[in-house]
Design a protein. Structure first.
Length: 484
C-alpha cells in the first residue's frame, strides 16, 4: 500500500493531527536516546485509546506494514529506532493513572505514564514504585516494561519484572491478552516475564498493574572514597559477602566524579580514584545497625574517606549526583556512547581494569558509572562524532567491553536492552539453537515479523556473515542508516 493510501485509512479512525507524515513533523521521532543512528519512519501515529491502537495494528497487519512502538524515547539501545517503511506507534498520549489501590498496594496505569509520576501519585498513601531508572523523571512505564528497566535501587527491590503484576497487551492482529494477575503464582508458562524485556517485539502493552511498596521509615547513605579502583570493586563484593543487601550500591570512577561534581556540586571527593555510594533503608533500628556494618566493611576494604548522610536533604543530594552522570558526560565531551553489560560481582575489579586498558588502547576516555551491587556496568565512552573514524573506533571499543562481560560469565545487557546497538554481540553470547528458539517465540506472537523488526535477536544468517567477517573489529552494523 502506498504511504498516501495508508495515511487516508489511518485518518478514517484517528484525528487528522494524530497522523504525521511530513518530514518536519516526524523529525522528533527519528531516534531515541541512542544517538548513533537516525531513521525517519514512513508515518507516525499518536492514538489516545486502546481501541485506536487496536485498529492501527489490525490495519498494519492486513497491509503487511511494520510497526515500531515508542514510549518517551529515552531508550539507550536503539530499540525504538523507526522502520523506514513502517508506522511509528507513539504511546505518549496514553498517560493516565487509572487506579491506585492502597489496600492491595497496586497501581493500574497506562504505558505513557512517567515512572516518577507513579510514586508521586502514590505518595499520599505512604507508598511508592521501587524501580527508579536515572531517567525516571521522563521515561515512561511502558518503555520500562519493554526494556525491563532497573535503577539505583534494583539491588534490593528488583527490576521492572519483579515489580509488575499484570499487563494488557495487544498482538499485531489486534487481539487483547491479559497476562498475569493479582495472585503470587499462575498456572502455565510465565508469560509476564516473557513479555517484560521483549523490546516491543511480541506485542504492544496498553495497561500495566504495578506493585507499590510502603515508604521506608528511614534511609541513610554511606559515601566511601577509595584511592584505588581495585579496592573499590572489592568493597562491593565484601559488602555482599558480609550478608548486607543495601537498598542501593553505586560506583563512579575518578573521571566521572570530577565531571559530576563540576555539573551538580554535590560534595564528592575530587581526589578519589572511585566513590562508592551504599544506602540502607528500613526501620530506624535496622538502618542504624546496617550503616554501622557498612562503615566497618568500607574501612576494612581500604576506603580513604567515609561520610554518612546526616539528613534526607544530604542523602538526596548524593543520589542527585549519581543520577546526573549522563548529562554531566555531555558537558565534557561532544558525544558519548553508553554501554550496558552485566558481570558477576566477583569479577568487578578485573573487568574495570580491563576497561581501563581498552581506554588506553583506543585513546578514548571512558567514564565508569554503574549499579555496582548487581554488577551492571554503564561505561560511557567519550568521543567526537565530527572526527572521521572516531565513532567506528568507539563502537569497536564498546563491543570489546561487552565481549569481556561475556567472558567473565555475564551478559551484554542489564537494563538497556539489545535494540540495534548490541545485536552483533548477541551472536557472541548465544548459540544457533538458542537463537532459533528466540525466533520461534517471536513467530508465535508475530508470525509475519511486523512488530519492531530487525531488533534484539539477530538472524542466523547475520551471525554467520559476521563470524566470517570477524565481527567486532569495527565493521558498521547498519551501513544503510544515516549517522551523525
Amino acid at each position: 500500500m502506498l504511504p498516501g493510501e495508508l495515511v487516508d485509512q489511518l485518518r478514517s479512525f484517528l484525528p487528522s493531527d494524530a497522523v504525521l507524515h511530513d518530514v518536519e513533523d516526524m523529525k522528533p521521532y527519528e531516534c531515541d536516546g541512542l544517538s548513533a543512528y537516525r531513521q525517519l519512519p514512513m508515518i507516525v501515529v499518536l492514538p489516545q485509546t486502546e481501541d485506536q491502537i487496536t485498529k492501527v495494528l489490525q490495519l498494519c497487519n492486513t497491509t503487511g506494514t511494520p510497526v515500531v512502538a515508542r514510549g518517551a524515547g529515552t531508550g539507550l539501545s536503539g530499540g525504538a529506532l523507526p522502520h523506514s517503511k513502517g508506522v511509528l506507534l507513539s504511546l505518549a498520549k496514553l498517560n493516565n493513572i487509572l487506579e491506585i489501590d492502597a489496600l492491595a498496594r497496586t497501581a493500574r496505569v497506562q504505558p505513557g505514564v512517567r515512572n516518577l509520576a507513579i510514586s508521586e501519585a502514590a505518595a499520599p498513601y505512604g507508598l511508592y514504585y521501587a524501580p527508579d531508572p536515572s531517567s525516571q523523571i521522563a521515561c515512561s512505564i511502558g518503555g520500562n516494561v519493554a526494556e525491563n528497566s532497573g535503577g539505583v535501587h534494583c539491588l534490593k527491590y528488583g527490576l521492572t519484572v519483579h515489580n509488575i503484576l499484570k499487563l494488557r497487551v495487544l498482538t499485531i492482529a489486534g487481539e487483547c491478552l491479559e497476562i498475569g494477575g493479582g495472585s503470587l503464582d499462575h498456572a502455565g508458562y510465565d508469560l509476564l516475564a516473557l513479555m517484560t524485556g521483549s523490546e516491543g517485539m511480541l506485542g504492544v502493552v496498553t495497561e500495566i498493574t504495578v506493585k507499590l511498596l510502603p515508604m521506608p521509615e528511614k534511609a541513610q547513605l554511606v559515601m566511601a572514597a577509595f584511592d584505588d579502583m581495585h579496592n573499590a570493586g572489592n568493597a562491593v563484593a565484601n559488602v555482599i559477602a558480609a550478608g548486607i543487601i543495601p537498598a542501593g550500591m553505586e560506583m563512579m570512577d575518578k573521571i566521572t566524579v570530577q565531571a559530576v561534581e563540576a555539573f551538580a556540586h554535590v560534595g564528592y571527593d575530587l581526589d578519589a580514584a572511585a566513590i562508592l555510594l551504599c544506602e540502607s533503608d528500613g526501620t530506624a533500628e535496622e538502618v542504624a545497625d546496617e550503616i554501622a556494618r557498612i562503615n566497618e566493611v568500607m574501612r576494612k576494604s581500604g576506603a580513604t574517606k567515609i561520610s554518612t548522610s546526616h539528613d534526607e536533604a544530604e542523602r538526596l543530594r548524593y543520589w542527585a549526583g549519581r543520577k546526573a552522570a549522563f548529562p554531566a558526560a555531555g558537558r565534557v565531551s561532544p558525544d558519548y556512547y553508553c554501554m550496558d553489560g552485566t558481570i558477576p560481582r566477583k569479577h568487578l575489579a578485573d573487568v574495570l581494569r580491563g576497561i581501563d586498558q581498552l581506554s588506553r588502547t583506543y585513546g578514548l576516555r571512558c567514564m565508569n558509572v554503574f549499579h555496582a551491587g548487581d554488577g551492571n556496568l554503564h561505561p560511557l565512552i567519550l568521543y567526537d562524532a565530527n572526527q572521521s573514524g572516531e565513532l567506528e573506533k568507539t563502537e569497536e571499543f564498546g563491543a570489546k567491553i561487552l565481549e569481556m562481560c561475556i567472558r567473565a560469565g555475564g551478559t551484554i545487557t542489564g537494563e538497556h536492552g539489545v535494540g540495534i546497538e548490541k545485536i552483533n554481540q548477541m551472536c557472541s553470547q548465544f548459540k544457533a539453537g538458542e537463537l532459533e528458539i528466540f525466533h520461534a517465540v517471536k513467530a508465535a506472537f508475530d508470525p509475519e515479523g511486523l512488530l519492531n523488526p530487525g531488533k534484539a535477536v539477530p538472524t542466523l544468517h547475520r551471525c554467520a556473515e559476521l563470524g566470517a567477517m570477524h565481527v567486532h573489529r569495527g565493521e558498521e552494523k547498519f551501513p544503510e542508516l544515516p549517522r551523525f
